[in-house]
Design a protein around this ligand. Structure first.
Ligand code: LEU
Length: 85
């Protein structure tokens, strides 16, 4: 439970930073948000897990792979997330 999906529109900056990834043996999650940024406005919170990026599961992604996947989203960015406990 606690899963949700959002589409951020327009272009970067999306207003969040990531932590974790396969190379850190940690799930990919939101580590920081920009006040008033697109991610905050969409309801994303620090600690939420990022389950997929543009429909691609993050489970097997290293940190940089996830960042690069996000950077490859020139227009809209679709994410599925899970609320932090
Ligand atoms: N810091 C970037 C932004 O807010 C996202 C990062 C994961 C590439 O657009």
């Amino acid at each position: 439970s606690g899963h949700y999906s959002i589409t951020l529109t327009g272009s970067a900056p999306w207003g969040f930073r990531l932590q974790g990834g396969k190379d850190f043996n940690l799930p990919l999650s939101i580590s920081r948000l920009t006040d008033g940024g697109k991610a905050v406005k969409a309801g994303i919170a620090v600690g939420d897990l990022v389950l997929s990026i543009d429909g691609m599961a993050t489970e097997s992604m290293n940190h940089l792979e996830a960042q690069n996947k996000i950077k490859s989203c020139a227009d809209n960015l679709s994410l599925s997330l899970q609320k932090a406990a």
